[in-house]
Design a protein around this ligand. Structure first.
Ligand SMILES: Nc1ncnc2c1ncn2[C@@H]1O[C@H](COP(=O)(O)OP(=O)(O)OP(=O)(O)O)[C@@H](O)[C@H]1O
Length: 664
């Protein structure tokens, strides 16, 4: 009975490496059983009912992209099925003529038209098969593109907060596998249709010969179908259960070849640990592969044995019919050919149904991921934002990250007026970046309201809001593209404009960066490709700044914009922000360099997600025991006294000059 049981999720072994590097099996917080797809609990028929819906997804996409190719394909497949049926009928006629009484020459003459018909339909079948290959070769990549693009288009529109949800994250990760399934699904569907038509043709001929033979055919098919579905479901369950493990292997092996950790990998000797981790985790996976292969072999053997027994019974029935005079020898010959032909169709069918069943599960995941992306998509439309931007006002804003226990922001109320440099300061984790993301409309407040020119961001047209924001984050994207494209992507909805790109680069003080590139604007700022080159951290920062400039948004959010800049460039960068504000841009500046905040129009100090102080630099410096003042003084003191303190005084050296404070 154990073969009939559905594959149950089993506890996964945890390798030593996983324990060392990830503190246990790397998986999402929720146990696998909660993720176990309802599909896994489905029986064969329930699953079979899913298939048309999934085939319809692929079929619709095929119809959309190339209806002619789809019709050609279906016509060619149907034609092949018909040629097979005609082939059997013609074979039967030829056999009847050959087994008839009379001289051999007469019998051959009688059989000749049927033999010619067999040759003709075989040739036609071969031609139709070639047409089918051509049409599917045209259709498959197009269908894959359309379905995958739907997935990507959905993924880029998901609300940022939804992406923080582990369930959503997992659904998207699972959906990603589905994009590989589309092409296979289309190919397999075609083969299944082909095999089904062949099977129906053979069954039809068998029915005409003797209805009992059709029943025998069903008996031969049933065990193979069961084996196929059972194996596919087991493989799918395994893939789901090992999803995170596979991702962990991917994450580790990716680090081995990435450029960024390359130095530490060599100097700290981290490479061996990573290679060992890869090997260790792959060995754990191999165990699972072995288990699957063994289980599949067993299932297949049982299915083949049952199917073989049914085939023997079919031949026994033929024997009985022959000996009892219920069937002529020629007809029995056709029946044998029909059973063999049906057997061949069946083998193709089983192999493909096996794949199809599995691919249907993945495609269902992809479909689920696309639906989920639509459900959590950024809303379109909404209240128009009056322009120009005059003020952003936060009232009692609290925000808790999805799944977090404590809020990252508590009842923050503040105002960001137009054309000012507004600084956000505070210790690490005090909520500065979170606040800036709420201002940018990337997250919606859990409580309280944010108003842009009086319009609540919850009701506002978010696309319009994004349109007015420029971002220059701590970890801004380093796009693997040309230098020009890296700037243009700041506002890619506008047609590419080289003069605007150059202007932004000049404003961001990045002319030198471009001038030093070996292929100028067309240099790829990524290594490993023709025209590729590597930028330094500071050069990247200038390019990122040029991108933010190119966007020309009324609100510019800059999060630690100078971390990689040299002192001269840093001073210029802060002066440039000042000048931007003087020309009407609102600048929300997040920085730990408090020398720069001295020139801000207004400073807000956050602590543990609460707004604890606000004012100008002078006002905050006048606050006895104030947090801003304490941070500022500590930073300034570093410049004043570090050279004396840092080095242990030695009799042979003396420090005669303290480095002057850089700012303030
Ligand atoms: N995506 C996230 N999911 C859950 N919690 C987060 C997330 N991002 C930040 N947090 C938490 O929210 C709090 C505020 O983080 P935030 O990044 O806003 O601080 P910050 O003031 O910008 O810090 P830093 O100066 O280090 O950049 C921290 O406790 C952090 O752990």
């Amino acid at each position: 009975m154990r073969f009939w049981r559905r594959p149950a999720p089993r506890p996964l072994p945890v390798s030593q490496t996983e324990k060392l590097l990830f503190g246990g099996a790397l998986r999402y917080d929720l146990p696998f059983t909660r993720h176990e797809r309802p599909l896994l609990r489905m029986g064969f028929w329930a699953m079979a009912r899913q298939f048309p819906a999934m085939a319809a997804v692929v079929g619709r996409a095929a119809w959309q992209v190339d209806p002619r190719a789809l019709l050609t394909l279906l016509g060619a497949e149907l034609g092949q099925g018909l040629t097979r049926a005609f082939g059997l009928v013609a074979t039967n006629s030829a056999l009847v003529a050959l087994f008839a009484a009379g001289p051999t020459a007469d019998r051959l003459r009688q059989a000749l038209p049927a033999i010619l018909a067999v040759s003709a339909v075989t040739g036609a079948g071969a031609l139709l098969s070639a047409v089918s290959v051509g049409a599917s070769g045209r259709l498959e990549p197009q269908v894959e593109r359309v379905c995958t693009a739907r997935f990507y288009a959905g993924a880029v529109r998901i609300e940022l907060a939804a992406l923080e949800d582990k369930d959503i994250h997992r659904t998207l990760a699972a959906g990603r596998f589905g994009t590989d399934s589309i092409r296979v699904m289309l190919g397999s569907s075609i083969t299944v249709v082909n095999a089904l038509i062949g099977l129906v043709a053979s069954a039809g001929v068998l029915f005409l010969l003797h209805p009992l033979l059709v029943a025998m055919l069903v008996l031969i098919a049933a065990p193979k179908a069961w084996g196929a579905v059972f194996t596919a479901r087991r493989r799918y369950a395994s893939r789901q259960a090992w999803l995170e493990h596979r991702r962990a292997i991917g994450i580790i092996s990716n680090e081995i070849t990435r450029e960024q950790p390359a130095a530490e990998i060599r100097v700290h000797g981290a490479g061996q640990l990573l290679v060992d981790a890869y090997t260790d985790m792959s060995i754990t996976m191999e165990g699972e592969q072995r288990r699957l292969a063994r289980a599949q072999a067993t299932t297949q053997t049982v299915a083949s044995a049952l199917s073989g027994a049914a085939a023997l019974a079919a031949y026994a029935v033929l024997w009985l019919l022959l000996t009892s005079g219920g069937m002529a020898l020629a007809v029995a010959g056709t029946a044998v050919i029909a059973v063999r032909s049906a057997g061949a169709s069946l083998t193709g069918l089983v192999t493909q149904v096996n794949r199809l069943f599995e691919e249907t599960l993945y495609l269902k995941d992809l479909d689920g991921a696309c639906e989920l992306a639509e459900r959590h998509a950024l809303p379109t439309g909404g209240v128009a934002l009056p322009r120009p931007l005059e003020e952003i006002r936060l009232e009692n804003v609290s925000f808790t990250y999805p799944g977090a226990e404590t809020p990252a922001l508590h009842e923050v109320s503040l105002t960001i007026p137009q054309g000012k440099v507004i600084a956000l300061v505070g210790r690490n984790g005090s909520g500065k970046s979170t606040l800036s993301k709420l201002v940018a409309g990337l997250y919606l407040p859990s409580d309280g309201t944010i108003r842009w020119n009086g319009v609540d961001v919850r009701a506002a047209d978010r696309q319009e809001l994004f349109d007015q924001v420029g971002l220059l984050g701590q970890d801004f994207p380093r796009w693997p593209m040309t230098a020009a494209a890296n700037v243009h992507i700041g506002r890619s909805a506008r047609p590419f404009d080289q003069s605007r790109v150059e202007k932004a680069v000049t404003e961001a003080d990045a002319d030198e960066v471009i001038a030093a590139l070996p292929h100028g604007w067309q240099s790829l700022v990524m290594k490993g490709f023709e025209r590729g080159t590597q930028l330094s951290g500071g050069q990247w920062q200038r390019l990122g700044s040029a991108r933010a400039r190119y966007r020309q948004a009324p609100l510019l959010i800059v999060d630690e914009p100078t971390a990689a800049l040299d002192p001269d460039a840093e001073i210029e960068a802060f002066e440039a922000l000042r000048s931007l504000a003087d020309h009407g841009t609102t600048v929300l500046l997040i920085t730990h360099r408090l020398a720069a905040t001295a020139n801000a129009d207004h400073i807000y100090t956050l602590d543990h997600g609460r707004l604890i102080e606000q004012g100008t630099h002078s006002e905050l410096m006048a606050l006895e025991g104030g947090s801003y003042r304490r941070m500022y003084e500590r930073q300034a003191a570093q410049f004043a006294i570090t050279p004396h303190r840092a080095a242990v005084p030695r009799p042979d050296r003396h420090h005669d000059a303290a480095a002057p404070p850089a700012y303030g």
